[in-house]
Design a protein around this ligand. Structure first.
Ligand code: IMP
Ligand code: MG
Length: 183
């Protein structure tokens, strides 16, 4: 019998985009490059919740360096009747970042507003360096220019799910990346 709760649990159809092995291989490549680039730098990995979590957990285990882990929580909302979304921090940047090598870790960069705002905000703290790593980049959706140093995978306009990425808070636990199928 279908209850209302069952309905809420229903998932939209999706298809496989990147399988688990492909993702693991790419993350380990990123880990190697970051290990080289950040040697002796004791970086602060600054995860952007919640989409970063699965990627971040894998990535840090492929970075063979001492590092620190911090998180920020960012939410976007519509401001009044304006079309542009505003972005605000629900959790402030937790430690002083002055003179630190900061690497922002994102699950997905879409319009690039979040990445840009974070960058603008953190640069004020005068870090020694500031770069971004994202598992998924959607360059065709960028509305602002953004400099992303490390990209796992580039995809088109598809809405992607899994490996930490959600649609209405679901699918984050899928061990692969899928794309929602429009019907
Ligand atoms: P932005 O548009 O780059 O600022 O990204 C805003 C947020 O939208 C991301 O951090 C994700 O939470 C969400 N988002 C954008 N595109 C996708 C997607 O394809 N899958 C899952 N979440 C997405
Ligand atoms: Mg989301």
């Amino acid at each position: 019998m279908n209850s209302i709760d069952d309905k809420k649990q229903e998932l939209k159809p999706f298809e496989l985009l990147l399988d688990r092995q492909t993702i693991a291989k790419r993350i380990s490549e990123l880990g190697k490059v970051i290990t080289e680039d950040y040697r002796y730098k004791n970086p602060v990995m600054l995860g952007v919740l919640k989409g970063c979590v699965v990627f971040l957990a894998d990535l840090i285990r492929d970075i063979k360096l001492p590092l620190e882990l911090e998180f920020v929580s960012v939410s976007s909302y519509r401001k009044g009747e304006e079309r542009e979304k505003e972005i605000k921090f629900s959790t402030a940047v937790p430690i002083p970042l002055k003179d630190r090598h900061v690497l922002i870790v994102e699950g997905v960069v879409d319009s690039a507003r979040t990445a840009n705002l974070l960058r603008k905000h953190i640069i004020k703290e005068e870090p020694a360096s500031l770069e971004i790593v994202t598992l998924i980049d959607k360059p065709r959706s960028h509305r602002k220019e953004v400099d992303i140093k490390y990209v796992g995978f580039t995809v088109g306009n598809a809405f992607v799910i899994g490996y930490g990425l959600d649609n209405t808070q679901k699918y984050r636990n899928l061990p692969f990346i899928g794309k929602l199928i429009d019907r």
